[in-house]
Design a protein around this ligand. Structure first.
Ligand SMILES: NC(=O)c1ccc[n+]([C@@H]2O[C@H](COP(=O)([O-])OP(=O)(O)OC[C@H]3O[C@@H](n4cnc5c(N)ncnc54)[C@H](OP(=O)(O)O)[C@@H]3O)[C@@H](O)[C@H]2O)c1
Length: 250
């Protein structure tokens, strides 16, 4: 292990790596020496990221997958294992946020959030966990949210999905920590400037206005927290990281 590249020899899968927090995390883990499998639905973006990481001397491959589709997800884990023989780190980051008053009763949006934010996380857990159990080591990082501690109006269902991530992470530590040497981390960001609201222009405009004189987090700030967790010594499980903009009043 090189002192400057603490993740040399490690294999990491980063979900939702085509944008925002996942993209920044892939860059940071690759710079720390990991071989990074970047996955999401947008292949062109993943290919660009792989080229960028490779040009900087890092190691990455792209594997397209819809996190809501178990077969896609299994294919990512199996191909990674076939190519690299191990899976050390899973960053379960892919997620979506649909904001609307609960009275709009948009059950289709609720279902999509459950499919990606909960089932997607479970799909990657299911596909990767057997390899980590066999290895007797591994680290599963999930990107939850401050909303997984405290819901907000318009975000009740989103918050429910992030409470689920928190509950799951707590349980995984109990079941996989001492027994299998697998570390679990729930990263809980406050507001990060990403594309998360790009499909909801009215909400995005309102949030941009509310934040016009406040500093948000950047994806790299969250990536640094993830890097801290995964580069901590093996006997240290950084179980939760709540990371908010200094200017976030909630
Ligand atoms: N931004 C914030 O303020 C904030 C705060 C707290 C927590 N978070 C959480 O951080 C995580 C990353 O979000 P972000 O802010 O970085 O948003 P983003 O810029 O919109 O990135 C979301 C990523 O998730 C991927 N994704 C979405 N649906 C997917 C699906 N069905 N299958 C596979 N990948 C999918 C997207 O890729 P494709 O579209 O290419 O599939 C994209 O790479 C999410 O879990 C979010 O809930 C964000």
């Amino acid at each position: 292990m090189s002192e400057t590249q603490p993740l040399t020899g490690k294999v990491a899968i980063v979900t939702g790596a085509s944008a925002g927090i996942g993209q920044a995390t892939a860059r940071s883990l690759a710079a720390a020496g990991a071989h990074v499998v970047v996955t999401a639905r947008r292949q062109d973006r993943l290919d660009d990221l792989v080229s960028e990481i490779s040009a900087l001397g890092g190691s990455a491959v792209a594997m397209m997958a819809n996190a809501a589709n178990l077969e896609d997800v299994r294919a990512v884990a199996e191909e990674t294992f076939a190519q690299d023989g191990r899976i050390d780190i899973l960053v379960n980051n892919a997620g979506i946020m649909k904001i609307a008053p609960i009275t709009e009763n948009d059950v289709a949006d609720w279902a999509t959030m459950v499919d990606v934010n909960i089932k997607g996380v479970l799909h990657f857990l299911s596909a990767v966990m057997p390899h980590m159990v066999k290895q007797g080591s591994g680290h599963i990082v999930s990107v939850g949210s401050v909303a997984g501690r405290r819901p907000f109006p318009g975000g009740s269902v989103y918050a429910a999905t992030k409470f689920a991530v928190r509950a799951l992470s707590w349980g995984l530590h109990l079941e996989l920590g001492a027994a299998h040497g697998i570390r679990i981390t729930d990263i809980q960001p406050g507001y990060v400037a990403t594309e998360l609201l790009s499909d909801q222009p009215d909400t995005l405009e309102a949030w941009n206005e509310a934040w016009s004189d406040r500093r948000t987090l950047q994806p790299e700030d969250v990536a640094r927290a993830i890097e801290f967790a995964v580069t901590s010594p093996d006997h240290v499980s950084v179980s939760e990281v709540l990371i908010r903009p200094t200017d976030q009043p909630t």
